[in-house]
Design a protein around this ligand. Structure first.
Ligand code: NAI
Length: 458
């Protein structure tokens, strides 16, 4: 039986980052991962999808090269090579995490963990036939796709014509017709990829808009862009059954329709993974199926922490990183807490969406008095120079009228994913508009539009 200061179950962004920080801080740390270090994000989520989307972007560039005075003939995409490249990218990064764990002095066990009990010694966990005891235990088991009891859906997953975020990244052939159930982030990113590479894509979404909590004006622009590119959106439709070659759905009036499909992607959300590893032996408090945590990532049990998707607060890899750090700082006795009001979110479609803070809708719902400044990205020379095909990008800056602080920034257009952290800094640092106006932005860039917007604030 080996004793550790900290045992981490799950080697995804929350788990491996926390383990690395803990190791560097002198805590004797063990991380147990049953599949691969990097978790969903690195192996079957954020990173592989970006690898695929970049291939699609290169193809889009080639197909539209003539708009920029460049002649490209016969551009085509080899899906098998795209997937092989994606696998190489993942492999490189996974081995990088292995190195990081080594450098931090963290022990990694590649096996399934089972929590046995908590006693005076600490948390007893078994993996690969060994028993380990941790003074502290961090649960970072992540999330899994929601598969609702729609007739034919589970059978379709088993048969292979229905996919989740995992299988959709490994398709060796481009499906002629792809139906995406759920117009959230995963659905839109994959719809974007398969649209670019030639599939006829239909997105079925039960709400009256895509992209969930995204600023409505921005999600409408995104949808228009994709309608122009050929994606069909069926909003306000409920899926009632899934067949081998079709998805059956009905509109608000109960009118049923069959949408032909060679492959179907089920992307209707994710749920925290709290079962199958002995968590029930600890009597931990759950909240709507996720582990309930406070601002320090503590649970109701002393020494037990939860970070990442498993606590269900904000299912994003970058939130997970930060939550893991907060958990470790709390264990180390350092003052720290989790703040969720300035976490950026990005949709890596083409155009990209970058957002942080309040939307017009959420600010209104909270009764906040905000001024909304909206500028077209056409204000940016670089944007005009680089976008011949579509120039409808916008930037919205929301400012609290009383405190004159930025409370939200929302962008659709090139580089939005890279720019948006600047918005997070404006919100986190709570600088006033007048202070932000003194900051010099590089020129010519797309981010300059934010600076322009700050000067438009009354
Ligand atoms: P999501 O929660 O983003 O979107 C699910 C969508 O499915 C919602 O719009 C919902 O209204 C719709 N829906 C639910 N049930 C439905 C039904 N029966 N029929 C039709 N539509 C239905 O979930 P998604 O896309 O699966 O993503 C899961 C998680 O992964 C999210 O928390 C997301 O933040 C994260 N993620 C983040 C990415 C990023 O930051 N770029 C990329 C991919 C995933």
């Amino acid at each position: 039986m080996e004793l550790f200061d900290l045992i981490v179950i799950g080697g995804g962004p929350a788990g491996y980052n926390a383990a690395g920080r803990a190791g560097h801080s002198g805590l004797k740390t063990l991380v147990i991962e049953k599949r691969a270090l990097g978790g969903v994000c690195l192996n079957e989520g954020c990173v592989p999808s970006k690898s695929l989307l970049y291939s699609a972007k290169v193809l889009d560039y080639a197909n539209h090269a003539s708009n920029y005075g460049v002649t490209v003939t016969g551009a085509s995409l080899d899906q098998k090579k795209v997937v092989a490249r994606k696998d190489k990218v993942v492999k490189t990064l996974v081995s990088g995490i292995g190195m990081q764990m080594k450098q931090a002095g963290v022990k990694v066990v590649a096996a399934e963990a089972q929590i046995l009990k908590k006693d005076a010694e600490g948390f007893h966990v078994t993996a690969d036939g060994q028993e380990y005891v941790g003074k502290n235990l961090l649960i970072a088991t992540g999330s899994a796709p929601v598969v609702p009891p729609i007739p034919g859906l589970r059978e379709g997953l088993e048969a292979g014509h229905v996919m989740t975020n995992r299988e959709v990244l490994d398709l060796q052939e481009i499906p002629e017709k792809l139906v995406v159930i759920g117009g959230g982030v995963i659905g839109l990113e994959m719809a974007s990829y398969y649209n670019s590479v030639g599939s006829k894509v239909t997105v079925i979404e039960m709400l009256d808009h895509i992209a969930g909590p995204t600023d409505r004006e921005i999600s409408n622009i995104l949808m228009k862009n994709y309608e122009k590119k050929g994606i069909t959106f069926k909003l306000g439709y409920k899926v009632t059954a899934v067949e081998k070659n079709a998805v059956i759905c009905e509109d608000a009036n109960g009118k049923s329709e069959s949408v032909p499909a060679d492959k179907i992607l089920c992307s209707i959300g994710r749920r925290a993974v709290t079962q199958g590893f002995g968590l029930e032996n600890l009597n931990v408090l759950l909240d709507r199926g996720a582990i309930k945590t406070d601002e320090q990532m503590r649970t109701n049990i002393a020494g037990l922490y939860a970070a990442g998707d498993v606590n269900g607060v904000s299912m994003l890899a970058h939130t997970a990183y930060r939550e893991g750090e907060v958990a470790i700082n709390t264990i180390l006795g350092k003052k720290d807490h989790m703040r969720y009001h300035a976490i950026p979110s990005v949709i890596y479609t083409n155009p990209e969406v970058g957002a942080v803070g309040e939307t017009e809708e959420s600010a209104k719902a909270k009764g906040m008095d905000v001024e909304v400044v909206k500028l077209p990205l056409m204000y940016s020379g670089r944007y005009v120079a680089e976008n011949e095909d579509s120039r409808d990008g916008i930037c919205k800056v929301l400012v609290d009228r009383k405190y004159r602080r930025v409370v939200g920034i929302h962008m659709i257009g090139s580089y939005a994913s890279e720019i948006i952290y600047g918005g997070a800094m404006m919100i986190e640092t709570e600088l006033k508009v007048e202070d932000l106006q003194e900051i010099v932005f590089p020129h010519p860039t797309v981010c300059e539009v934010i600076r322009e917007a700050l000067f438009e604030v009354k």
